[in-house]
Design a protein around this ligand. Structure first.
Ligand code: SF4
Ligand code: F3S
Ligand code: FES
Length: 243
């Protein structure tokens, strides 16, 4: 069998450390020989190990679970650890996700924004009575549990935020990630907040009525969450409540 020659990848990275005095955004390009099954996680580690020890990027799980490796891959938000180089042209451009605080190079700080969002939307179960940990929880229909679980798969990677035009113009917009969270709690029978309470949280221009249905969020969500249908559902609910 003829051996296919490995491709030479040209990886261009937008480098900039705002904490280093005098540093300016610039692009550095590295050439790496592609290997079978190579992901951008492997590429970036290779670059850091052999060419540029100062390169900053984030990884924790390498399995699409922690959400920390989100970046712009050829201009599109995505998870580097889940991106195979074989799916891309050999010239690859990497840049940090916009909107979030830049730590340096490809490393961004989504934590502050996500924490603020979770506090603002109170993304925890609001039970009517104090939860008795010794008592069995009430049974939930498996279909409903499945539906909630589906929305709970959000890894707070920030891709939908970076892919949304509205959030770039309206900084308090909760984005698809926020609306997905409200849709999740609204489904949960253990959460005793009323629809009016949810309306208080997302029934305005920073919530469902600010969304211009640009659809970028669902296009780029690496967990394939049904963001569009959830936003549309929430909007219908909020219109009913607001009448
Ligand atoms: Fe990431 Fe999808 Fe969650 Fe947005 S909704 S933060 S894209 S996992
Ligand atoms: Fe933004 Fe998604 Fe709405 S991209 S405008 S949150 S449909
Ligand atoms: Fe955790 Fe990529 S390293 S999602």
């Amino acid at each position: 069998m003829e051996n296919k020659k490995a491709r030479l990848l040209k990886i261009s990275i937008l480098k900039y450390d705002p904490h280093v005095k005098g540093d300016k955004p610039h692009i550095e390009t590295f050439e790496i020989e592609e290997a079978p099954g190579m992901t951008l996680f492997i590429v970036l580690n290779d670059i850091r190990e052999h060419y540029d020890a100062s390169l900053k990027f984030d990884f924790v799980c390498r399995a699409g679970i922690c959400g920390s490796c989100a970046m712009l891959i050829n201009g599109r938000p995505g998870l580097a650890c889940r991106t195979l180089t074989a799916k891309l042209d050999p010239e690859i451009m990497l840049a940090p996700l916009p909107f979030f605080e830049l730590i340096g190079d490809l490393s961004i700080y989504t934590g502050r924004w996500m924490r603020g969002l979770n506090e603002r939307l109170e993304t925890w179960i609001h039970a009517q009575e104090e939860i008795d940990v010794h008592k069995l929880e009430e049974r939930m229909e498996p279909e409903l549990a499945e539906e909630i679980y589906e929305l709970d798969r959000c890894v707070e990677c920030g891709c939908c935020v970076a892919g949304c035009g509205t959030i770039q113009m309206r900084e308090n917009f909760v984005g698809a990630v926020g609306m997905n969270k409200i849709a999740r709690y609204q489904l949960d029978p253990r959460d005793k907040r009323s629809n009016k309470d949810y309306y208080e949280l997302v029934g305005d221009e920073d919530g469902v009525f600010g969304c211009m249905t640009l659809l970028g969020c669902e296009d780029v969500c690496p967990k394939d969450l049904p963001l569009q249908s959830k936003i549309a559902y929430l909007r219908r609910k909020m219109v009913e409540i607001g009448k």
